[in-house]
Structures are given as structure tokens and as C-alpha cells.
Ligand binder design. Sequence first.
Ligand code: PLP
Length: 447
Amino acid sequence: MSPARRYPQTGVFYRALDRELPLAARGEGCWIVDDLGRRYLDACGGAYVANLGHGVPEIADAVAEQMRRVAYVNGTAFTNEPAEALAAELRGLNPRGLEFAYFLSSGSEAVEAALKLARQHWVESGKPAKHKIIARSPGYHGNTLLALSASAREHYKKLYGPWLAPVTMIPAPYPYRCAPDSPAMTAQALEDAIRKEGAETVAAFIAEPVGGSSTGGSVPPEDYYRRVREICDRHEVLFIADEVLCGSGRTGRWAAIEHFGATPDIMTLGKGLSGGYVPLSAVVASCKVIDPIAKGSGAFKHAQTFSHSPAICAAGLAAVRYIQKNKLVDRCAKMGAVLHRKLDSLRELPHVGDVRGLGLLAGIEFVADKKTKAPFPRARKFAEAFVSAAMDAGLVVWPNVGQADGENGDLVMVAPPFIVTESEIDEIVARFKLAHAKTLEVLHAPR
Ligand SMILES: Cc1ncc(COP(=O)(O)O)c(C=O)c1O
């Protein structure tokens, strides 16, 4: 028996205060082994992070080597080799024009910085009235206060409402629940919102190019972002693509926005950018965005102690080089096709309403009634019961709730590391089916 590991028996408090967590003793490729020797197939690389698997020596060695040479300098006094080299690598990978990188540690920080950059751009371009942000619902951009303001997660936002900034929400393209000609799917909702707010007051539109957990991997129509680009250009609104989750190769292109033939003004990266070896994120932007600041005040007014830190950039550099050397973006496209072919069999399950996604990013939406698409009432906690049954079956998936109508809706994400094999995908599907059956048993058990 391992010792009890939950609050208040240990000195750590995690998000879940009401349950015991297994202790991760080691990682092997896509697998986590706990201290009791139980093996878990990590079908989401934690939170879409451990994309390259555990224990890659090139990345661990690169960080250790950098730490021996220069562990930390501050970006107000020095630049450093890994930051310069990583920016140069990203220049070759990012959509054309997104040439300048500002490194941070988390996706929320990158989103905060991207929104601030957009605001400062307009102030220094002589348009100080431009301050409003437009975002989408469902959608998620992080948990610091401005990033949370731009997110549509009511269960997080409720408590902190008095501290949040006003952000205009438009409906996200969500093909399972939206008509193809609805304003959400055609981007007309963006045009309408900008006109309603007054274009002269709108600074930026932020969106996840391919939906993450919030819309369960929903993929917008092919021409959606070309329309977004045209609307943003016409109204002088900066388009921020939040690629924290869907970027860094997962969808089979380096940036998910590349599938749609449009280029954002600012893009955020995070999560898998370092393969999870250190916390690393980035804001990348074009000179069109930065020039007015460089020629104006000369300083971006956003400071964080660990921005551009050599050790985190060394991990990012090694991870990005590893992705390229092993052609892992192509592998995401190839294995993504295998994943979706095999996940398709889940549609037969009694409560699987939809299976969707792109590349190695998939969402499985559960419904109470497949014909009407009616979600389970939130009180049933279907997603939570499924995640718990999956853990018992040795499968780790990522849940989301509330996407159907803001309160109800259950889905889980399957977004395995880029190194996943076909037999591991078979294992994911088999364990998923077991977990689904177990969830039904639990939910239908007499209470
Ligand atoms: C699209 C997107 N943006 C931003 C974030 C915030 O990233 P972090 O949790 O690293 O702060 C997330 C996290 O899930 C995300 O999915």
C-alpha cells in the first residue's frame, strides 16, 4: 500500500482536494508508471504537453549543459544563445511574417502578453481608443485574469467575476451543434460584433485556430479564417491565433492556422513547445505589430523575471530541433489519420455523440440522446465519471464540461504524444471502450 496522497495528509495541495492521486514514478514514451508499478497510457501527454515522450536524452542534456554554462540572465541586461537560436528556428517554422519571439513560461502568460502587445501597438500607432478584445464561446485562453476574461469557462469565471475585464464574446464555430450557414460558422458573428462595438474601439480578436478542450477539437470550415483575416484587415483589428494547445505540430502542420490559408498578426505557443521538459511559451509577432512600439516608446510594457531565460530556451531549442530531425510534424499528420480511423469505432457506443479533430488532436463528445444531441444534465457528472473509470482502466484522457450550452455538456480529449504507435492507438480505443462501459455501470447503479 502506498501512503495516502491527498489533502490534508500531504504538504502539497492540488486542484482536486477531494481525491487521492497516484504518484508518477517514471515515464516511458507515452506511458506513466506509478510507484506501485501500475502503468497508465497517457493519451493526452498530461495536458497536451509531453508530446515527445519521456526521457529524451538530447533535450535533458541540452538543458543540463546550458545550466552549467549560464543558468540565468535577465533580458533587460543580456540576450543569450538559446533564446537567439530558438527564435531563429521558429522563424523558419512559423507562418510567414511572424518573425519575432518573446519567450515566457506558460500559455496564460503568453496570452496576457499577446493581448497587451495588441493594446500597446494601437496606443503607439496613434489609436488609443482601440482597447476592446473579442473572443469566442466556447473557448479557452488561460487562467490569469485577462486570459480568463477572454475565456468562456463559466465554472472558472463565476468566482472571480468582480476582477475580470469585459471581453466581447461571439459564438465559436462548433460544427456538431451549429448550422453550416450560422454566423458562428461563417465568421459573420465577428463582423457583427466589430460593427456593434465600433471598429475604432476594437484592438484584437483572439481565437484557437482548431478548438482545444473547450469545443472538443472542433475544426472550423475551411474558409473561416480567410474571412476572419479579411474582416480584421478591413476594420484594423489585430488577429491573435492562440496556438498554445493546437500548435507546435500537433495537427500535422507546425501551426494549425496553416490548414486554413490565413496568417495571424500575433500567435501564441506553449504546452508542447518544449515537449514538457520545462515550462516554456512564446508570443510571436510580425514587424507590423512591433514597429510602432520600437519607433515610439521603444519598450514593450510587460515584464516577467523569467522571460527569455537561457535554461528554458535551451529546452525549447532542443525540443524543436528534435521535432524537425525526427519529422514529427509529418508523423502527427500520418498517425492522426490512423487515430481518427480507429476512433471512429467509438461512434457505435451508446453515448458517443461525435468524434472529431485534426491530426493527433481528437475530441469525443458524450450525449444523453444521440438523436437530439441532448447533453447529460451537469449533475450526472458524466465526464468526471468517465475520467475516473479510464484511470482505473490505465488510460489518461483530458475532460471538459459545459460546452453544449455553457453549463451542460461532457467531452474528453485524446491527443497522444507525437511518438504514439499504431498498437498504442489500438490500446487507447480498447481502454476507452472499457471505461465507457464502466461509466454506464456506475451512472446506472442504484443510488
Ligand atoms: C488554447 C489555450 N491557451 C492558453 C492556455 C493556458 O495555458 P497554461 O495553462 O499553460 O497557462 C491553454 C491551456 O490549456 C489553452 O488550451
